[in-house]
Design a binder for this molecule. Structure first.
Ligand SMILES: Nc1nc2c(ncn2[C@@H]2O[C@H](COP(=O)(O)OP(=O)(O)OP(=O)(O)O)[C@@H](O)[C@H]2O)c(=O)[nH]1
Ligand SMILES: [Mg+2]
Length: 677
């Protein structure tokens, strides 16, 4: 006999396999009261669902209305792109910027160690002859900790240091005559052009690869030799007043005392570089650039970047970028880098253990409006700012996990030996720097050292991440980086990152505009990653570091930095994808340019067409600006506006005004474009 089935079930025979339907189905023995309750509950759920739908719809509409301004930062490596980005952050999301200052301390520590290594290698690579015995009784007072150091080992610490360096960085180059730090490039085919009436884009840069006009460098640098008389009478009068320098006498002991910096450097690398990032774990080059000899190899060619930037472009330049550098040399020079995104900041944050209640830091500007907060008492701003790693397939896991996850991670710091980044917890690297501070200060202040650096053309003070003039402050145990310190820090970008933010200031007309600033890696191998970002960009800030007129590229010692910037600028100007994008040019590092010109380095010696113009910042700035402007005019597919600024983007005061002008200009242009669409 077949049992009767309630009619409702008959109707649903086609859906009885649906598990959801089975769950929602009322019980067969439902009473009228139960039914009433169920219906009321269903009605209430429907209302909630409708409200959510309405909210999603409204959000979607608001997003459509929202203005999104896209800004792309371009320029060669070390041109100042990431520093410009940090300036935007400092100005428009100051809360987030301040919060992450402590995270930059590790980068600053690495920069300091690197400067010291550069100096030590310049001093030790020529293996000076043993110091005569009487130098040990030199009357200059020594700090206590320096007095009893034994120097009687069979190989001196300086020699050991040199050997360590050779082992780390590959064999020293064999060359009778070393190129200087600031050798102009190999001949790239520039032609004579002193005539001002010629097209202004003919910026002729001298190309003597041996730089014959530079004073020749000694192949060996010795410590100064002094007679017994001059030593014993060192303080007795002008005729015997030339004292042996403290470092020249104490070099071996000093090098030995600074050896812990190597260990500190490894700790920092372990701290900054994610565990699976093998590529980045090479020690940074501490070798003065002058020691590296361009080596040509046909197996490691770097991309010819003008053509890879601009697939549609054909006539940028007749010069090729097919110069190659051997793998050994490249590896030897490798600089510490991190991929953009949260990885290194996340690792640093996770390494923290405890925080005082009065201090609070967030892991980063990333998602600073909501997550990744490790502090208890933080007054968070309403601003949202996010950095995304454009090269990663998904968001950084750590970033998406939020507060609890970060807190969990803090219990298992990585690397365990790397210490912490909170001010109140001991930081091993900072302790090493603190212990070495007197020696580092002696080293940097010493005239003999300065003389060797000068003769070798090792100009650490013009290099990135230079803090040696502030050693006392930056090696303090409770050192907290200032805004300026963060702007000076050097960490190479590899990959592409997008920084999103809404301006924190109540900027009236700017509220509701989301800014997306894309920061790319500028080294040659990175240039091919730029193209996808040309698509829907509102404006480009192109940075040309004009102080590099007497320097070569780190990735190719045959290419002059200024010439490289010119070629890159031509490529960007002539790119058809960018034909309607406004270009803003930052002729950057004007502070370094000014110091260089004042110190007597002649621009005309490297830029032939500069002729006999005055060797000062004003004249040089105007001249180079006119050259870049002419290239823009000549190479742009369509006429468009051109904005150029002489900048020093590490200088907060002047950069604030320039960035405000760029912001207004970009917003205006964006509005104009929106109306046209
Ligand atoms: N003195 C001075 N230093 C600058 C200036 N602009 C940038 N720097 C420093 O130069 C170094 C390199 O700047 P970055 O912003 O890292 O260069 P980048 O263009 O992002 O380089 P990549 O990431 O390799 O593409 C940093 O240490 C900056 O502090 C400037 O105008 N003056
Ligand atoms: Mg960068």
């Amino acid at each position: 006999m077949v049992m009767p089935v309630p009619s409702r079930y008959n109707r649903r025979t086609t859906t009885t396999d649906d598990p959801l339907d089975a769950v929602l189905r009322p019980p067969p023995d439902e009473t009228p009261e139960q039914r009433q309750i169920r219906l009321a509950r269903e009605e209430s759920a429907r209302k909630v669902s409708a409200a959510i739908d309405a909210e999603i719809k409204a959000e979607r509409q608001a997003r459509k209305k929202k203005r999104i301004v896209r800004l792309l930062l371009l320029g060669q490596s070390e041109s100042g792109k990431s520093t410009t980005l940090r300036q935007f952050q400092r100005l428009y999301t100051p809360t987030a910027f301040r919060e992450e200052r402590i995270l930059w301390r590790a980068v600053i520590q690495l920069n300091i160690i690197r400067s010291i290594h550069t100096i030590l290698e310049a001093l030790t690579q020529s293996q000076p002859p043993p110091v005569p015995q009487h130098h040990h009784s030199y009357s200059q007072p020594l700090p206590n900790h320096m007095r009893n150091h034994s120097q009687s080992t069979s190989r001196s610490p300086a020699q050991l240091y040199s050997q360590t360096v050779s082992a780390s960085y590959g064999p020293p180059p064999h060359r009778a005559r070393q190129p200087s730090n600031s050798v102009p490039p190999a001949d790239l085919g520039s032609h004579e052009s002193d005539n001002e009436q010629e097209p202004a884009s003919d910026l002729d840069i001298y190309s003597d690869p041996l730089n014959t006009s530079n004073p020749s460098l000694p192949t060996r640098i010795s410590r100064p030799q002094y007679s017994d008389a001059s030593c014993s009478n060192a303080a007795s009068g002008p005729s015997h007043s030339r004292r042996p320098s403290y470092v020249s006498v104490q070099l071996d002991a000093l090098v030995a005392r600074l050896a812990p910096l190597r260990h500190a450097e490894s700790l920092l690398i372990a701290k900054l570089v994610p565990p699976n990032e093998d590529e980045a774990t090479q020690l940074p080059s501490a070798q003065p650039v002058s020691n590296f000899q361009p080596t040509h190899s046909h197996s490691n060619s770097l991309p010819q970047y003008p053509s890879s930037i601009i697939s549609t472009h054909t006539d940028i330049t007749s010069r090729t970028y097919n110069t190659t550098v051997s793998a050994t040399t490249r590896q030897a020079r490798q600089e510490i880098f991190v991929r953009p995104g949260m990885h290194w900041k996340g690792a640093l944050s996770r390494a923290r253990v405890s925080y005082p209640s009065t201090l609070s830091y967030s892991t980063s500007m990333s998602n600073s409006s909501s997550s990744n907060t490790v502090s208890n008492d933080h007054n968070r701003s309403a601003t949202s700012s996010t950095t995304e790693d454009m090269t990663a397939s998904g968001a950084d896991g750590a970033r998406s996990k939020g507060v609890s996850s970060v807190a969990r991670h803090s219990l298992r710091p990585r690397p365990s030996s790397a210490g912490n980044t909170g001010l109140e917890t001991p930081d091993e690297v900072q302790e090493v720097l603190h212990a070495c501070r007197a020696d580092m200060m002696y080293l940097w202040a010493d005239e003999w050292v300065r003389d060797i650096l000068r003769r070798r053309k090792v100009r650490v003070e013009e290099g990135p991440g230079f803090y040696l003039n502030e050693l006392e402050r930056v090696t303090a145990l409770r050192y907290m980086p200032s805004d300026d310190d963060v702007l000076k820090a050097r960490l190479k970008t590899v990959g592409v990152s997008e920084y999103k933010f809404e301006m924190e200031i109540p900027a009236g007309r700017d509220t509701g505009t989301e800014w997306r600033i894309v920061d790319v890696g500028g080294s040659r191998s990175q240039v091919s990653t730029w193209v996808p970002f040309f698509d829907d960009v509102d404006a480009i800030i192109f940075l040309a570091p004009i102080s590099g007129f007497d320097q070569v590229l780190a990735e190719d010692r045959t290419v002059n930095r200024l010439e490289d910037s010119v070629l890159l600028w031509k490529a960007v100007c002539s790119n058809k994808l960018l034909a309607n994008v406004d270009l803003v040019l930052f002729l950057n590092k004007c502070d370094i340019l000014e110091a260089k010109l004042k110190s007597g380095v002649s621009l005309a010696k490297y830029v032939r067409s500069y002729g006999d113009r005055a060797n000062d910042l004003d004249t040089a700035g105007k001249y180079l600006r006119s050259k870049f402007s002419a290239i823009h005019r000549e190479y742009s597919p369509n006429p468009r506006k051109f904005y150029a600024f002489c900048t020093s983007v590490t200088d907060t005061a002047t950069t604030a005004g320039i960035i405000a002008s760029v912001r207004d200009m970009v917003i205006r242009q964006h509005l104009k474009q929106s109306k046209l669409l």
